[in-house]
Design a protein around this ligand. Structure first.
Ligand SMILES: *Cc1c(COP(=O)(O)O)cnc(C)c1O
Length: 379
């Protein structure tokens, strides 16, 4: 099989989705399965749908178009505010979008009228993380504005925390969201169908709160794909953290000195790599090679087993790679990943399997050099 490749285990994605859907159903919360990290993969979307998500969500209209082109007919939510320049494409394929600009909603209205359809609008409320959202004081006016427009229907209210500034969803923030919902309903004499309380960063709160309030939907991506919550990146009980793995091939494997020699300046990425700290990763040197230093040409040369893997920054974010036990990532340039190992060295031509964090997953999914292999049909 070709390398590098992402091995995407659909059965594990199905397992994670089903566990989260089941758990959240117990507190009356539906799951929108977010596919953006997979560029709107129809395979991943189908695994999520068969595990019970109520809708799919993606931040890019291109990805939603891809899902539609693959024949997926489920509810789809655009989870980034639409671009005005894409309003027509949005109403054509997405049932609902998350919105925080009235100018955009005006254009969605005009586009939907033009197409003779009705587009669902969820108004996003700013609760302090300072990414998208309308300030609480302006929500009522935004709701009235939306209710007055043809071609759009006010489906609900949402919020997004943690992504920009790590502001935590807690009882206080979520009670504020619920209060906004009940306030709007009584002032405007409407009922709001969807209260989309957030993303994978909300799972700690959901699992521990006795006050779920009006929240009845979460938009989950990372927790499904990587099996962790996102405030502390702790694995979630019962979920697989290895649903996606990156496999790459060894192209050099040799015993070499562990410290560079010669005058040093910047490396390819503008970093200065100290002679004293040969490892780029601050934590990587602790269990490094234990060979006695040997004297060679007047230099102290500590030897270790080093490997080069054909994987680079064009493929993945080095900070988000988890090397196998006994292996340390020493550095990565555009096309070379350098590892040291205390374990049995691997031969040239053999493969090494890495875990990924969200940033690494995003980049690997986006690299044209990384093949995607789907394994384990969801049951
Ligand atoms: C990316 C995103 C999500 C999903 O976040 P995860 O941390 O992957 O669960 C939900 N909502 C919005 C608005 C997003 O941009």
């Amino acid at each position: 099989m070709s390398a590098p490749r992402l091995e995407i285990h659909l059965d594990r994605i199905h397992h994670n989705t089903r566990a989260l859907v089941h758990e959240l159903a117990g507190v009356g919360v539906t799951v929108t399965g977010v596919t953006k990290a997979t560029l709107g993969s129809p395979e991943v979307a189908r695994a999520m749908l068969s595990a019970g998500v109520s809708a799919l969500g993606d931040s890019r209209i291109e990805n939603i178009e891809r899902l539609r082109a693959a024949g997926i007919t489920s509810q789809m939510m655009l989870i980034r505010s639409p671009m005005i320049s894409q309003a027509d494409r949005v109403v054509a394929v997405a049932d609902v979008s998350l919105n925080s600009s009235l100018d955009v909603i005006d254009c969605l209205s005009a586009a939907a009228v033009g197409r003779g359809c009705v587009h669902g609008v969820i108004l996003m409320v700013e609760l302090g993380d300072l990414r998208e959202g309308i300030l609480a004081a302006d929500i009522e006016a935004a709701a009235r504005h939306t209710l007055d427009l043809p071609g759009v229907a006010l489906r609900g209210i949402g919020t997004n925390l943690a992504c920009q500034n790590g502001v935590m969803p807690d009882d206080h923030k979520m009670a504020e969201l619920s209060a906004i919902v009940t306030g709007l309903e009584s002032t405007l004499g409407i009922s709001l169908e969807v209260v989309s309380g957030g993303n994978s960063a909300n799972l700690d709160w959901v699992n521990n709160t006795a006050r779920i309030g009006r929240v009845n939907n979460l938009r989950l991506g990372e927790s499904i794909l990587l099996g962790c919550e996102t405030l502390h990146r702790r694995p979630l009980a019962g979920l697989r953290t290895d649903a996606v793995e990156l496999v790459a091939e060894v192209i050099e494997s040799a015993v070499k000195p562990m410290r560079p020699w010669g005058e040093q300046a910047q490396n390819a990425f503008g970093e200065f790599v100290s002679q004293q700290t040969p490892h780029l990763r601050a934590d990587a040197g602790r269990d490094g090679p234990r060979d006695e230093p040997v004297r060679s040409g007047g230099r102290h040369l500590q030897l270790g087993h080093r490997m080069i893997v054909a994987l680079g920054r064009q493929d993945v974010d080095p900070d988000g790679l988890r090397a196998p036990a006994g292996h340390q990532v020493l550095g990565m340039s555009s096309d070379h990943l350098v590892l040291s190992t205390d374990a049995a060295p691997r031969a040239v031509g053999s493969e090494i399997r890495f875990g990924l964090d969200y940033g690494a997953l995003l980049r690997a999914m986006t690299s044209p050099f990384v093949q995607q292999v789907f394994l384990g049909a969801p049951t």
